[in-house]
Design a protein. Sequence first.
Length: 421
Amino acid sequence: MSTSTVSATAAAPKKSAGRKKLTLPWIMLIIAGALALVSVVRLISGANDLTSVGQVSGALSLAVPIGLAGLGGLWAERAGVVNIGLEGMMILGTWFGAWAGYQWGPWTGVIAGIAGGAIGGLLHAIMTVTFNVNHIVSGVAVNILALGFTQYLSNFTFDKAPGGSSKQSPQVEPIYKITVPGLSDWMSDLQAKHWFFVSDLAGVIGGLVTELSLLTIVALLLVPGTWWVLWRTSFGLRLRSCGENPTAAESLGVNVYKYKYIAVIVSGALAGLGGAFLSIVASPIYQEGQTGGRGYIGLAAMIFGNWMPGGMALGAGMFGYIDGLKLRGGATNVHAMLLLLAIVLVIVFVWQLYKRKHFQGAIALACSAGLFVWYSLTDSVPSQFVDAAPYVTTLLVLALSSQRLRMPKADGMPYRKGEGK
């Protein structure tokens, strides 16, 4: 084993002896249980769009850019650099993706969006790694610069193009979408019968095989790809060692600056890809303010996922699902989610009692009772709550999961070359 590999292994975090790793059968059982719970809520509330093909397909489309931003944040923070600038890097991705896409085709736009985000990542790396600027300050600066820069460019590019204006681009040719013939129709028919669990499972499968963009498939493959690179290669071990103990890593031969630069540039490229997805796939046109804070939500999804690709993808999927509910059925679907959330909090209450955390359990039970009363006494929810539901859900989940989170030990900490010698 090489010296650098030994250094990375030594610097990698130790797993807690008391925490068992979930096996695939347990994960599948948890997913099945969650789907069964949603099915029960659907039958009680009559909100059949909770697991429809359209809802699942729409949720996936909404989750992809958030997941790509979260994946970008994971790369940077695993190397010890906090990346608040994900929003700005996504903005660069949306603009460059649409700019190149309407002129030379959507896949050229995808490449340009990745390059635009990577430039934002490089700027963040220069400020944080080379000049040791505070990571939060640097990230905010990237966001502001990206917003101003794209507005300036739009004034003399899109404004002069046919069908464009100072706030939006001409339309981009869409990327080809895949529908599995036969299976898609069968799942739609099963879902329309509204049977317990079977129709819900059919809705999920149907959403994954109907009108699926090729870029969505690429984005989904990046999640296991990131896990393999960062947790199954010597390169990934060295990179993660920079986020855990850069001084020890450098003393054993790891070029900390190089790995931090690579991680933050990749981070920007992934966020840029998320931006390109917004302006090419989700809506084949660039519009000012298109990202809508998804860079920050991606960062929240990464934290919820405990700085792991799988958990991050789950967080992004949850936000995309809730966001999709307000677009399909609006108040009716969000009203049904009150019942779902109340039942989930009862489960949390039972779990807290099992863990002998009576105070936390009492809070969960009180919140559950309030939600049950709200659901029982109303037929819908205010429109303001419908719009805020994805953000409220994100904050609630982060609050409930905060006790199990463990960020990389050197994340956000200043580091100067030569400290380990």
